[in-house]
Write a protein that binds this ligand. Structure first.
Ligand code: PLP
Length: 455
């Protein structure tokens, strides 16, 4: 029998794919300990069916209103994940030339890709136009001129939407709030109509509509209502001035459950869209990232050492803030599960989980309910499918973390660990340093680095 390990929120994002069977934590039909035998920790592990089911429930909540869903690639940019979503009909929202290449590599048609972001380079804009991007969301008068200039040089017309800053507080963490007037994102709402009219007068631009994105990990739905109503008023105002607004991009931001919060209800989100903007008759798109993949992934780690501290027991893990940055960056807290089901009939201590990185912010919080832990035990950070692997770095010259996809009873590494050899391949000394280095190598003072091909 499967005992769900799934946590609070079952509102359209259920977790039948995750649970204990015969005392071992399973992702779909695969015991995570079996993955850990084949793939060294730490690694991310995603459930293909959890991602599919999240997409289908959002699509069905948005329902007959024909709203296109464009996955925010920054949340999880692995091409296996992008391909899986694309097969379901999902479009993509990208914020860089690199993300564009990823989406194309995953066979996403350019006609289903929206290019967001506040600082696109001219080279990125050119590539987007060359491949036939669906829409470029522009965020300033300067960017409008840049896009027009690139389009002119290429002899193309660029489809642009203006990203509006509606001055709405998303009531989320300050570092993921994007639509207050202090924020760098979007065009202040009072300037949008004039700029839209100016852009429409440029022959290189096809001005297709407006976009908004108010922030991320939004739990309270009322800021969405405020932002979308503000956008509806703006569209009406602009139409009265003879400015057509055929498309409306409502951005992403739907939060997922946290340990102490059941998480937003997508039926409510869909209703807010229906009540605020559906009467406008615009082509509507949304750009969720976290909601589609956040709860579909875990980060598996091994406990390296236990250390008694004045205020309790600290568990030092082989996963660090370079692998999962959200706790250090946003004070985020991820639920943690033991791979071997803990006994509930024994009192067990609470553990402070920390990583091996030389930074005091390399810590994940205090946890209980994990049972009595021992060195070598395997744990999994839950709800780590979004902004986990895609934010990971090699800080402290640690390997870039691997990613694994599970489907039914199968699993596959979808991104191999990038080890120190791969990193060193990209680095070299200044040519002027080489004679001295060779001399020191010859005298045995320095060892040759572990570079492939150097023996
Ligand atoms: N759209 C834009 C323009 C964004 O900047 C982001 C993330 O910050 C998203 C969509 C996705 O947000 P989320 O993952 O919270 O849905």
């Amino acid at each position: 029998m499967t005992k769900s390990a799934g946590g609070a929120n079952e509102k359209g994002n259920n977790r039948h794919w995750l649970g204990y069977r015969a005392g071992g934590l399973h992702v779909e039909d695969v015991p995570l300990s079996a993955v850990a035998t084949a793939v060294p920790t730490p690694f991310y592990c995603y459930s293909a069916n959890a991602i599919r089911s999240a997409y289908k429930s959002l699509a069905s909540a948005l329902g007959p209103s024909d709203i296109s869903i464009c996955f925010a690639v920054k949340a999880n940019s692995n091409i296996a994940v992008l391909g899986l979503l694309s097969e379901l009909g999902c479009g993509m929202d990208i914020v860089s030339g690199g993300e564009l290449e990823r989406a194309l590599a995953a066979n996403v048609p350019a006609s289903r890709i929206i290019f967001s972001g506040v600082g696109k380079t001219r080279a990125e804009i050119a590539r987007a136009l060359e491949v036939g991007i669906h829409q470029i969301n522009v965020e300033s008068a300067a960017e409008i001129s840049a896009v027009a200039g690139v389009a002119r040089a290429l002899g193309k017309r660029a489809p642009v939407a203006l990203r509006v800053n509606p001055d709405v507080d998303a009531k989320t963490h300050a570092k993921i709030t994007t639509a207050t007037k202090e924020s760098k994102f979007g065009i202040p709402i009072g300037e949008v109509a004039d700029l839209y009219a100016e852009a429409k007068a440029m022959p290189e631009l096809e001005v297709v509509g407006l976009a908004v994105h108010i922030g991320s990990q939004i739990q309270d739905m009322s800021p969405f209502r405020r932002a979308f109503s503000t956008m509806a008023d703006l569209v009406t105002f602009m139409r009265e001035r003879g400015l057509g607004v055929p498309r409306l991009d409502l951005g992403g931001g739907i939060g997922i459950a946290s340990e102490d919060d059941a998480g937003p209800d997508i039926a409510e989100y869909a209703m807010i869209i229906a009540e605020t903007v559906s009467h406008l008759g615009c082509e509507i798109s949304v750009e969720p990232g976290r909601w589609l993949v956040g709860r579909a992934g875990l980060l598996v780690t091994e406990l390296l050492y236990l250390k008694g501290m004045q205020d309790g027991c600290t568990a030092i893990l082989d996963v660090g803030m370079n692998d999962l940055m959200r706790p250090a960056l946003y004070d985020a807290r991820h639920p943690v599960l033991a791979l071997h089901e803990p006994r509930t009939d024994q009192a067990a201590p609470s553990y402070t989980l920390v990583g091996p990185i030389c930074e005091s912010s390399d810590k994940f919080g205090a946890y209980d309910g994990l049972g009595e832990l021992r060195e070598g035990d395997l744990l999994a950070f839950d709800c780590a499918g979004a902004y986990g692997a895609s934010m990971a770095s090699t800080y402290n010259s640690r390997d870039l973390v691997a990613e694994v996809l599970v489907e039914g009873g199968r699993f596959r590494t979808i991104r191999s660990r990038q080890d120190i050899r791969a990193m060193l391949r990209l680095e070299q000394a200044g040519t002027w340093q080489l004679p001295a280095l060779k001399e020191r190598e010859a005298s045995g003072i320095v060892q040759r680095a572990a570079r492939p091909g150097r023996r």
